[in-house]
Write a protein that binds this ligand. Sequence first.
Ligand code: GDP
Length: 364
Amino acid sequence: MQIGIVGLPNVGKSTLFNAITKAGAECANYPFCTIEPNVGVVAVPDERLDRLAEMEHPQKVTPATIEFVDIAGLVKGASRGEGLGNKFLSHIREVDAIAHVVRCFEDSNVVHVEGKVDPIRDIETINLELIFSDLEVLERRIDRVKKQSKSGEKQYLQELSVLERLKEGLEQNKPARVQEFSEGEQEIVKQVFLLTSKPVIYVANISEDDLISETENDYVKKVREYAAAEGSEVIPICARIEAELAELPDDEKKELLAEYGLEEPGLNRLIKAGYRLLGLITFLTAGPKEVRAWTIKQGTKAPQAAGKIHSDFERGFIRAEVVAYDDLIACGSQQAVREKGLLRSEGKDYVMKDGDVVVFRFNV
Ligand code: GDP
């Protein structure tokens, strides 16, 4: 699962991406913190792992991870092939969600490509490029379905009407993700793999000064309004400070955070928001060897969750022994959970919940 970082030039994407890769390099358990130069792997911050580690004293602790991809180079006109246009659009096609970085800081030393800071214009510039690209893809699809629908088959006629509606929406500058469709229609929309179908978080890159300020600056307020209208989340961050934080050892990091009145790096909030945006949840395994967070899609059933650990676990699945994380903490140990009868035995139709602490039983 990957989140693509997009935005106009000079908004702070590389600075943010640097922070991500540096923060990632700290997670010693993860051998390949940088897979490719533009892919950064980060641990998903999760306090539950620390608590479980205190309980189990395991040999190692392995967090869940997500990947961020730096998709630089998106400029106005990209959909017409300007800059390295289409290449970047195709990179966006491959990610599962988008973190759209928007410049919300004034700095006369940093040139703005449009001359002036205006986050809404910037958001719309990028969104428009994505919409143009989607329209091209959609029109090809519509041509094909039109031909198929000549047979008079109901299925194609329905598909065509949904696609035509989608196109009208795009032509009114509405990203696919904000257009309304029934569940069945959504399936048709999904098949077209549009860029504007992907979920988005807006990352408002603010200045060091605004980080300390009690009130949010007007740029961020505008981004919030815009995002709220489409149901997207906004994460204000100061990319420059994040990059600094990521390089510091823990004690100095705490000092710098305190200086800015922060409890945790903004990056943590971004990573957690990204995880939610991807529709991901975590189940946990905890023993003397390892305490570990595992990532699954919301709605995953027990055997498929077991399969994340090992394919044998899924094939030979018998049952899952599950305790909710909160119950485990309240009881204080796995032994106490058993004694209080809070360990549940769940079968193959059990839908996993976030924070389930699990042992899988399986046949070999
Ligand atoms: P990109 O083109 O979007 O990747 O932007 P960069 O990350 O290269 O940033 C462009 C310029 O803005 C660089 O000179 C950065 O140092 C500067 N910059 C990035 N983030 C911040 C920030 O939070 N505050 C300030 N003042 N400058 C920043």
